[in-house]
Write a protein that binds this ligand. Structure first.
Ligand SMILES: [Zn+2]
Length: 92
């Protein structure tokens, strides 16, 4: 499993960077690595996304998703440099 490419994060796996160039830039800005060029294996783990960044109900099935599906417009927003992160860590 590739490691999460967010600074200070030691998680493995997670979500691939979006193919959309503009959205990818927003992700890189969010993780504070604007100079970073994510390769196909680069991942941002689930810890950096809010519950609301995920599709809860399957578009076609109409029932709750078993797997967490990231919304197309989702941008990672939870990091070691903001408060929400430490709250999350403490819970685990
Ligand atoms: Zn991470």
């Amino acid at each position: 499993m590739p490691r999460c490419c967010v600074p200070n994060c030691v998680e493995t796996g997670g979500h691939q960077f979006p193919r959309d160039v503009k959205l990818k830039k927003l992700w890189l800005k969010a993780i504070r690595r604007l100079k970073f060029e994510p390769k196909s294996g680069a991942r941002v783990c689930h810890k950096h996304f809010k519950e609301s960044d995920y599709e809860k109900i399957g578009k076609y099935s109409g029932i709750e998703n078993q797997r967490k599906i990231l919304k197309k417009s989702a941008i990672p927003s939870i990091f070691s440099w903001n408060v929400k992160w430490s709250v999350k860590i403490n819970k685990n």
